[in-house]
Ligand binder design. Structure first.
Ligand code: ZN
Ligand code: ZN
Length: 136
């Protein structure tokens, strides 16, 4: 048998590298699985709170990546802060049997609601309803 290593330290170095690579490989596999689980749960939660429509309750956009869970009566930041990760947060819904008080919004509508108290889409709706009333 031909030893491909010139000396012992080369062999140890090779072993170390190999272990490192193996660890990184497993680690990324684990991360991929964790991410898959996270998105499975996230999809399930968004599906539930959008009544199966997978759309923003405000503007109707259906791009999954834009969709977020909105705390209807506010307090979202405080709630999210209690969790050490996004996955822990998203798991909370299923663990608590999907409690009331949440809806699905897209990132834009959610931010506008947080910022201005109302999303411009809803403001426009209200305005057009007022105009319609006035015209009646
Ligand atoms: Zn929206
Ligand atoms: Zn909106």
């Amino acid at each position: 048998m031909v030893d491909m290593f010139k000396n012992k330290s080369d062999r140890q170095k090779y072993d170390r590298e190999w272990k490192k690579r193996d660890y990184q490989k497993n680690n990324s596999k684990y991360r991929k699985l964790a991410l898959e689980r996270h998105h499975k749960l996230r999809r399930m939660t968004i599906d539930y709170y959008s009544n199966g429509t997978m759309r923003c309750a405000c503007c109707g956009i259906s791009e999954y990546k834009f969709l977020v869970i909105d705390h209807i009566n506010g307090g979202g930041h405080k709630h999210v802060k209690q969790f050490r990760s996004r996955s822990a947060y998203i798991s909370w819904f299923a663990k608590n049997n999907f409690p009331d008080g949440f809806q699905v919004l897209c990132y834009n509508c959610n931010c506008s609601k947080g910022y201005y108290g109302i999303c411009p889409h809803q403001e426009m709706k209200q305005l057009s309803q007022e105009v319609k009333k006035e015209l009646k």
